[in-house]
Ligand binder design. Structure first.
Ligand SMILES: Nc1ncnc2c1ncn2[C@@H]1O[C@H](COP(=O)(O)OP(=O)(O)OP(=O)(O)O)[C@@H](O)[C@H]1O
Ligand SMILES: O=C(O)C[C@H](Cc1nc2cc(Cl)cc(Cl)c2[nH]1)c1ccc(Cl)cc1
Length: 319
């Protein structure tokens, strides 16, 4: 198994059938270990480039951040959060894995899984809308990854089809954790995990993408795990409808629709799914369906939630 040991190092241990460690060796990687290929995309503070590990021929997506730009734009905290969050979420098939980090004099490098089939958003735009089988397949994988994230005390806070990538087998790979909230291991009197970062600094300063922002964030600036479930509800609607439920000419009008719960289903929207969306897009986060109840909803009747099969099954043929 691989263990992150400090920056830029991964330790690979070989174990025998009884789980005893046979050998341990440290894998160090730096810029010179990779053959850089085409640019996959440009972010506000980063460039993502396809690259091949010269020793293993393994392909990765390397996210490169310019140090000066990070410092000038005061994004150091976001980079640290992205690194800490990705390190906590290693080993889930539905989350982009961080394999190495390293730096040189000008840049920071995140060596990530390469998602060969781009963003879920492009698939929705290309198809106009997905059928029930595809919606079930993609939403179930998102839900499984979300459940794991929350179990590991991570709130994504900006879940949206642009941040849901697809790998070569069309499996979901959630990315973009720079704005996540990392819950510490302490819990409050109700047993809810406390945020690691002081509320005043982190929660109030960050708001996700307008169309997917939860009402509780807009009204009382609170952001628990339920905000990711709200975003999931918007994505569930969008997979079938082709557009998110709350979309207006500008952010202000979009927020107005959210706080008034002003959305409607297009004709032909499957009624079982309507029922589920109605139970997720609920104002009060405490009344909102949580992940176990979503998984038990009739829309997923007969669906095999066993994690091994969920991530091995073939994706439904795209109509
Ligand atoms: N692991 C990956 N595999 C393949 N493509 C990726 C991967 N990560 C990011 N990309 C692509 O690179 C582009 C830039 O990603 P990046 O995370 O650097 O910025 P962003 O999150 O899209 O933008 P912003 O930082 O403004 O939110 C994305 O649009 C995405 O399509
Ligand atoms: O935590 C570590 O492993 C070591 C460094 C820490 C670190 N060094 C930095 C230098 C700059 Cl200029 C900016 C940030 Cl955010 C920086 N973060 C590091 C290296 C690479 C990456 Cl991708 C992230 C953090």
């Amino acid at each position: 198994d691989w263990k992150e040991k400090g920056a830029a190092r991964l330790v690979k241990t070989e174990k025998d059938e009884n789980g005893n460690v046979i050998s341990t060796h440290i894998i160090k990687r730096g810029v010179e270990d990779f053959e850089f290929g085409k640019t996959l995309g440009i972010g506000s503070y980063s460039t993502v480039v396809g690259a091949t590990d010269k020793q293993t021929q393994q392909t990765y997506a390397i996210k490169i951040l310019d140090k000066r730009h990070i410092i000038k734009e005061k994004k150091v905290k976001y980079v640290e959060i992205e690194k800490n969050t990705l390190s906590r979420l290693r080993d889930h098939p539905g989350i982009v894995s961080l394999h190495y980090t390293f730096q040189d004099e000008s840049s920071l490098y995140f060596v990530l899984d390469y998602a060969a089939n781009g963003e879920l958003l492009s698939l929705i735009k290309k198809m106009g809308s997905l059928d029930e089988a595809c919606t079930q397949y993609y939403s179930a994988q998102i839900l499984d990854a979300l459940e794991f994230m929350h179990f590991r005390g991570v709130i994504h806070r900006d879940l949206k089809p642009e941040n849901i990538l697809l790998d070569e087998k069309m499996r979901v790979k959630i990315t973009d954790f720079g704005t996540a909230c990392l819950l510490s291991n302490e819990v409050d009197s109700q047993g809810n995990k406390l945020p690691t970062y002081p509320q005043n600094h982190r929660t109030n300063s960050f708001v996700g993408t307008a169309e997917y922002v939860s009402p509780e964030l807009l009204s009382d600036k609170v952001q628990g795990k339920e905000c990711d479930v709200w975003a999931f509800g918007c994505i569930l609607y969008q997979l079938i409808a082709g557009m998110p439920p709350f979309k207006a000419a500008n952010e202000y009008l979009t927020f107005k629709k959210i706080v008034k719960l002003d959305y409607r289903f297009p004709p032909g929207f499957p009624s079982r799914l309507k029922d589920l969306v109605r139970r997720v897009l609920v104002f009060d986060p405490r009344q909102r369906y949580d992940i176990p109840r979503i998984k038990a909803h009739p829309f997923y009747d007969g669906f095999d939630w066993n994690r091994k099969n969920l991530w091995k099954q073939k994706h439904p043929r795209i109509m």
